[in-house]
Design a protein around this ligand. Structure first.
Ligand code: AMP
Length: 142
């Protein structure tokens, strides 16, 4: 497996070198909106630790990611009046991974509404701004 690349897009977002629609942050994890959401509210949770994917992250750091994912899934249900949540995480190109800093996808779902295909369209930044606001408000009242 390739080594962790400190210049991957999500590492740059973590360092503040690239913009994002941030939703949540603590000592161990960072959460922001996917710019090509497969459903409204599609959020990515990443560890602050440098980890390519599930194959090189420590169990402890992965547990922090799981905790952050659990938190975002709960508030996304409320913020998007969702009927369910899909959580996905891909590892290595053969496993569908495109960005090589571990990330969990949290996608709010409505009954009978299919996910858009991956990377099908870039969302309007105004819409992402509003969706981040909804999630941040739901986190504040959780
Ligand atoms: P994957 O590695 O297959 O889990 O896919 C990477 C995900 O990152 C895709 O859902 C992309 O839409 C998303 N993505 C790529 N670049 C950015 C970015 N700059 N900000 C937010 N999401 C991104």
């Amino acid at each position: 497996m390739a080594a962790y690349d400190t210049n991957n897009i999500f590492a740059k977002i973590l360092r503040g070198e690239l913009p994002c629609h941030k939703v949540y942050e603590d000592d161990h994890v960072f959460a922001f909106l996917d710019i090509m959401p497969r459903s409204p509210g599609h959020t990515l949770i990443i560890p602050k630790a440098a980890a390519r994917n599930i194959l090189d992250i420590s169990a402890e750091d992965y547990a922090h990611v799981a905790r952050g994912t659990h938190k975002i899934a709960g508030v996304a249900m409320k913020a998007f009046k969702a009927d369910g949540i899909t959580v996905q995480q891909f590892n290595e190109p053969a496993g569908g991974q495109v960005v090589f800093h571990l990330h969990m996808h949290v996608m709010p779902r409505k009954d009978g509404v299919a996910l858009l295909p991956p990377a099908s369209r870039k969302e309007d930044p105004k819409v992402l701004e509003e969706h981040a606001r909804l999630l941040i408000a739901a986190l504040a009242s959780a």
